[in-house]
Design a protein around this ligand. Structure first.
Ligand code: AMP
Length: 500
């Protein structure tokens, strides 16, 4: 079954429901959404796209970007979203790997992209909108509002997501229609989504969080999305009273907390705040609850598997935990030789289930390495289960520090540093060291009007931790380097402090 059929059902059964609201002036009903998606699909076909073709898309978030995504899915064209931050030199790899038929870009980048695809006879660069009648949106306006939905086989690829890959080449994770269907069905049930919901959507759409989780939860149940092209505290604060659910990365919540407008009464219509993509600080969770009365629901997902675990909607949400495995998904924690560890011990997180992707495009060997012989996917994350099988993520295995032969899990030290009254947040990482192999190092961000005596901090840590875990150096920084999804980029910290 084609994933788009789930949305098509809503188009047929609830045509008058509002699907998308943009600002105060624009409402798009499901019936209009269905027609627009068909027009976009017909425009893509007119440009030569055929089922199974890849369509690379690097555009800013906008209504046309959503219509383009849905049209690709409906038509069986494989959607390949790219982060808007990628530069021309980085695009060469994606073009060579994906071999697209179309590269959808912006008017500003058209010349650059046209030059990059010039050598591929079968690929053309096309502007999404604002391109003087030559763009995809203008072309779609001249198309029929009817188009068939292409039937898909269970293992057919719907989307290729290039992982943000901090080491080596970025890998194209092939996500199938069935992956999308099983994941959204589990999530809408778990989080109680219904057509009465209004989802505040301020996430970017080149990443699974905004593209799959937010869009799919709303559009497959006939709910309304308040569509903001980017996160801006004032605009989000204005939209919160009109919303029932907000999905965000942790930085959304820290920024909202810094605004005086965030109050209990502002959040009176909200039933659920969800956070993911990066760890939510316990402090943020607690401050948010004090200010709004809402416990943020934290969950865990990744490009290769959509959503994996979630704290419950009904039931106990544990601070610092990402909750339990979604129904139908299995999670285990193993040692270095893939044997399950005892409950309470830290190890590698491995997963199995209908949400797990098909493999990395053009990388059969890499794909094989990332799965165990009995079919579990190695997530690359480290975690621990509590006695109720709630999972806590301890970090990425590549961020594990091995110092003098001992394993150090950065999170253990970060939690202690974060609890210091003068410290807002911290990141602990290893740098090369001739004596220890790696030396534990920390970067801290101070709270406003706070000072820190880093030598004293180190002394205090020695009282609480085995000496090998205590950072050899603590650096005070203005902010931690983060990518667009709010993930701390430890590779940049390692680079910055390696030569010290
Ligand atoms: P991406 O494929 O870009 O979505 O990145 C997936 C990675 O983000 C996961 O493997 C985790 O390392 C991290 N991640 C996602 N959600 C959380 C969370 N709630 N807490 C901690 N890390 C998370």
């Amino acid at each position: 079954m084609n994933f788009y059929s789930l949305i098509e059902n809503v188009v047929q059964l609830k045509p008058a429901n509002i699907a998308i609201k943009i600002g105060n002036e624009r409402n798009i009903s499901y019936s209009q959404l269905g027609s627009e998606v068909s027009r976009y699909l017909n425009a893509l076909s007119a440009l030569g796209a055929r089922g199974g073709d890849r369509i690379v898309v690097q555009v800013e978030k906008s209504l046309p970007s959503l219509l383009l995504y849905l049209a690709c899915i409906k038509g069986g064209y494989i959607f390949v979203p790219l982060n808007t931050a990628y530069k021309a030199s980085e695009l060469t790899h994606f073009i060579a790997d994906a071999k697209p038929t179309l590269f959808i870009t912006t008017i500003e980048r058209l010349d650059e992209v046209s030059a990059l695809v010039a050598d591929i006879k079968t690929c053309s660069a096309v502007v999404l909108s604002g391109g003087d009648n030559q763009d995809l949106s203008s072309l779609s306006a001249r198309q029929s509002e009817f188009a068939p939905t292409r039937a898909s086989s269970p293992s057919e690829v719907a989307v290729i997501i290039y992982t943000s890959g901090t080491t080596g080449r970025s890998k194209g994770a092939m996500v199938t229609h069935d992956n999308l269907i099983s994941n959204v069905n589990a999530l809408t049930k778990l989080w109680d989504f219904s057509e009465n919901d209004v989802l505040l959507h301020a996430l970017p759409v080149f990443h699974v969080h905004g593209l799959f989780i937010a869009n799919h939860c709303a559009l497959t149940v006939g709910a309304k999305m308040l569509w903001l092209n980017r996160f801006n505290v004032e605009e989000v604060a204005e939209a919160i009273p009109k919303s029932t659910v907000m999905m965000g990365v942790p930085t959304f919540y820290t920024r909202l907390l810094s605004s005086a407008s965030l109050t209990k009464s502002l959040c009176r219509a909200i039933r659920l705040f969800i956070s993911g993509s990066a760890p939510l600080l316990s402090e943020t969770h607690e401050l948010f609850e004090q200010r709004t009365g809402h416990q943020i629901l934290e969950r865990y997902g990744m490009s290769e598997a959509g959503m994996i675990t979630s704290n419950p909607y009904h039931g106990v949400r544990k601070v610092g935990s990402v909750g339990r495995a979604l129904p139908g998904v299995s999670v285990r924690i193993v040692d270095d030789v893939d044997v399950s560890v005892s409950q309470g011990d830290t190890g590698h997180i491995q997963i199995k289930g209908p949400n797990v992707f098909k493999g990395y495009r053009n990388m059969p060997e890499k794909t094989k390495e990332e799965f165990t012989p009995d079919g579990w996917f190695r997530t690359g994350d480290l975690g621990v289960f509590d006695e109720e099988r709630y999972l806590t993520i301890v970090g990425r295995s590549k961020d594990l520090i091995i110092t003098g032969g001992y394993n150090v899990y950065p999170k253990e030290i970060e939690l202690i540093l974060d609890a210091e009254p003068s410290i807002f947040e911290s990141a602990v990482f290893g740098i090369k060291d001739s004596d220890f192999g790696e030396a534990v190092t920390a970067a801290i961000v101070l709270n406003a009007n706070s000072n820190a005596d880093t030598a004293l901090l180190i002394e205090n840590l020695k009282v609480q931790l085995a000496t090998y875990k205590v950072p050899k150096a603590i650096h005070v920084v203005n902010q931690l380097p983060r990518n667009a999804m709010g993930k701390v980029q430890k590779s940049l910290l390692r680079e910055a402090y390696s030569s010290d």
